[in-house]
Write a protein that binds this ligand. Structure first.
Ligand SMILES: Cc1cc2nc3c(=O)[nH]c(=O)nc-3n(C[C@H](O)[C@H](O)[C@H](O)COP(=O)(O)OP(=O)(O)OC[C@H]3O[C@@H](n4cnc5c(N)ncnc54)[C@H](O)[C@@H]3O)c2cc1C
Length: 428
């Protein structure tokens, strides 16, 4: 029976238990949000002896961090040359370099704090599903090779072997990348932060962030934290009227479905090197396996206003397309998450006040971006050196996405039509 339930928390090692904030407290840095960004910042500050309090509205990883696909990817969705066009050559190249190193940063944190993140480090694959996709793969290959990235272009039988399907004849293997169980990683970050003395409070939704006489007062319904500096790491899951950060992106939903554990020769052929993979469709299909050999498929789109079995039909179609010889099996779990998007696919960083930092809109690339930016924020607070942040700060005003609700609705409508087309076999 298919259950609406995120798989990752079921198979992650049990996380630490935390209390809610019940009494007023003081700290050097208060962080709002316990996802990759907030916890990475907490760890990198606490490593240098800074006193940190993290306030989380729900539980550790309740936002995007606990429910992602788990691809530890290098770079943004935009190609490196496009980043240079948007940001200028100097900033673009610097950002591509830093994001190229970000998977190693994630794996270093995992190793350093002995996190059982159920990770794989064998790379991820961008699979060309048609001629236009093959061209895209060629362009990315050319640009990334020029930059010295550890990538490979797969073709022919080698490509079939890596992808586990004869439907793909060309793909880009990025050896820098890998996969994790997202909830296991974020639980591990929380445990590491706690071991360094960071105080984490859950079920503690921040309702206001105000400055008075040089100090920040970060308030929940029950108590308040006084801090010298504040980092707002609430991203696409921002709740409350105290901030306008959620106007700096438009929300896009992402659906995932996981099979029961699969056995046998045909199951073993799917992504045999435990890489993650996604195709070049406009409404992409992602695929990976978990530690128990489940097949996970995902795509852009939410479940609202759709027939109950709509995405199950979609998943059956994709599975039969790519892995037609797989014996019959059941789908076990399905869930939806949301991420913040911008038209240029580049995240935003804000210095709202000289002692209040925030980041949003990771455009579906938050494992590496969040871990990296958390570290960058920590370094910036420690050193005051602006060069520690790989993007120029923007003001909230200039970053507002006009009609972001309408954009979200149009995106959802567009991908729904695409999926209907796939199910009716009009779109291939
Ligand atoms: C379905 C899905 C698939 C994805 N797949 C990938 C992938 O494969 N690879 C990848 O790199 N990225 C992926 N992403 C993106 C990635 O998961 C996110 O970008 C990343 O988790 C963002 O981390 P974060 O710490 O900035 O924010 P979040 O993890 O969203 O954390 C924000 C936290 O702030 C809390 N919060 C909100 N408001 C308040 C408040 N008022 N007071 C206190 N706390 C508050 C929330 O409860 C939440 O826990 C995916 C995202 C989704 C949803």
């Amino acid at each position: 029976m298919l259950q609406e339930q995120c798989l990752w928390e079921l198979i992650a090692p049990t996380g630490e238990r935390f209390d809610s904030l019940k009494q007023d407290a003081r700290t050097q840095v208060c962080i709002v949000g316990a996802g990759y960004t907030g916890l990475s910042a907490a760890i990198h500050l606490a490593e240098k002896g800074i006193d940190v309090i993290v306030l989380e509205a729900k539980q550790v990883g309740s936002g995007g961090s606990g429910r992602s696909v788990g691809f530890v990817n290098a770079g943004t969705w935009a190609r490196p040359d496009d980043l240079n066009d948007y940001l200028g050559e100097e900033v673009g190249r610097h950002l591509t370099k830093e994001l190229g190193l970000a998977p190693s940063l994630v794996f270093d944190v995992i190793d350093k704090y002995k996190i059982d993140a159920q990770d794989t480090r064998t790379g991820n694959i961008h699979m060309a599903h048609n001629a236009a996709g093959e061209k895209d793969v060629d362009i990315r290959y050319e640009q990334l090779t020029r930059l010295g990235a550890d990538i490979e272009r797969l073709t022919g039988s080698e490509c079939h072997d890596y992808c586990g399907t004869t439907r793909i004849n060309k793909a880009l293997l990025d050896r820098r990348a890998g996969t994790i169980n997202p909830q296991a990683y974020v639980n591990g970050l929380a445990r590491a932060a706690k071991s360094l003395g960071v105080k984490i409070y859950v079920d503690s939704m921040v309702t206001s962030v105000e400055k008075s006489e040089g100090k920040w007062y970060v308030k929940t319904a029950e108590a308040s934290v006084q801090a010298d500096k504040t980092i707002v790491a609430t991203n696409a899951y921002t709740e409350g009227e105290w901030t306008e950060l959620n106007k700096t992106f438009y929300l896009v939903e992402y659906y995932q479905i996981a099979s029961e554990p699969l056995y046998g020769v045909e199951a073993d052929k799917i992504l045999p090197y435990k890489t993650g993979a996604w195709d070049t469709r406009i409404a992409l299909s992602s695929m990976r396996r978990d530690k128990d050999n489940r097949l996970l498929l995902g795509t852009v789109g939410g479940k609202k206003m759709k027939p109950k079995s709509f995405y199950q039909s979609w998943a059956n179609l994709i599975q039969k397309h790519y892995y037609p010889n797989l014996p019959k099996f059941e789908w076990q779990y399905e869930w939806v998450g949301k991420f913040g998007f911008t038209q240029d696919h580049i995240f935003r960083v804000f210095e709202i006040d000289d002692s209040l930092l925030a980041a949003t809109a990771y455009n579906g690339r938050g494992i590496t971006t969040g871990t990296m930016l958390g570290k960058c924020f920590a370094e910036y607070i420690l050193t005051g050196d602006r060069k520690t942040i790989p993007l120029p700060f923007k003001s909230l005003e200039e970053s507002k996405v006009a009609y972001n609700g309408v954009r979200s609705s149009f995106t959802e409508m567009g991908v729904s039509l695409y999926h209907f087309g796939q199910c009716l076999r009009v779109v291939r």
